[in-house]
Design a protein around this ligand. Structure first.
Ligand SMILES: [Mg+2]
Length: 255
């Protein structure tokens, strides 16, 4: 009698905006349906700049939230807030990782705001965030000295889309948090595929796993990434880019 061998599982760790959420309604329905049909062999991880309260409405089965006319599959894990939070699919923090990030941030919100007080070209994004401070910025007005001051004070700064500025605990971003989660969950690196489209995905796409960039990627992201054997540059945007990349990496053929 042959032993039961569970099918090998693989991990799709994908950005949301411009990536997993981008596509026509009909094709998103088809793609999400394919994803759901793969769930016994696929581990789905969202890796996003969004906070949990802006992730959860996407799963509404009626697809009735203002920005999601199609319900999005509930992931196994969600890394939110540009890598500073990590949850299971129901919004429960993964404490082993979350505690370490919280300790590294050490309640620095007010300290960051003081460091940037009076700086031109910054407007605070709405909402209190736990382990980061995020701004909208004006690239014509923001002074490089402001960034240097943050870095000297021990923070990491990620700017993306010529609009978003995230101040993060040093060493914490999308890629490192996915690496911590992979270690905790014992996911082999060669079973992980990442997907993203903007500069805040850089550490995710450069983490050494197989990666897919979208046809609608921020040009600066592609420049900084350069040519790497682990990165496949799809010419297609959003979900079509993911589909194309999954074919490229021989992980499935959704369409
Ligand atoms: Mg994106």
């Amino acid at each position: 009698m042959s032993a039961f061998r569970p099918p090998k599982r693989w991990v799709l760790a994908t950005d949301l905006d411009g990536t997993f959420l981008e596509g026509s309604r009909a094709d998103r329905l088809r793609f999400y349906d394919w994803i759901e049909n793969q769930r016994d062999r696929l581990i789905l991880v969202f890796v996003t700049g969004r906070r949990w309260s802006r992730i959860e409405p996407l799963f509404d089965p009626r697809g009735s939230s203002a920005e999601s006319d199609v319900p999005v599959p509930r992931p196994d894990f969600a890394i939110g807030d540009v890598g500073t939070t990590v949850f299971d699919g129901y919004g429960q923090p993964v404490e082993e990782i979350q505690k370490e990030i919280a300790a590294r941030w050490n309640g620095a919100n007010a300290r960051v705001q003081n460091l940037l007080a009076g700086e031109p070209g910054l407007s605070t994004q709405r909402g209190e965030l736990a382990y980061r401070v995020s701004y909208d910025y004006d690239p014509k007005l923001l002074r490089p000295a402001a960034i240097a001051r943050l870095q000297a004070a021990g923070f990491d700064v990620i700017m993306s889309a010529d609009r978003y500025l995230d101040v993060l605990p040093r060493g914490v971003s999308k890629g490192p948090t996915l690496q911590k989660l992979a270690k905790l969950q014992n996911w082999p690196g060669d079973r992980i595929v990442t997907a993203g489209d903007s500069l805040n995905d850089l550490s995710l796409l450069a983490a050494g796993y197989r990666a897919i960039t979208m046809g609608n990627s921020e040009p600066k992201l592609l420049t900084v990434l350069g040519d790497r054997p682990t990165v496949y540059r799809s010419p297609y945007p959003g979900i079509w880019g993911i589909v194309d990349g999954l074919r490229h990496w021989q992980l499935g053929d959704p369409f």
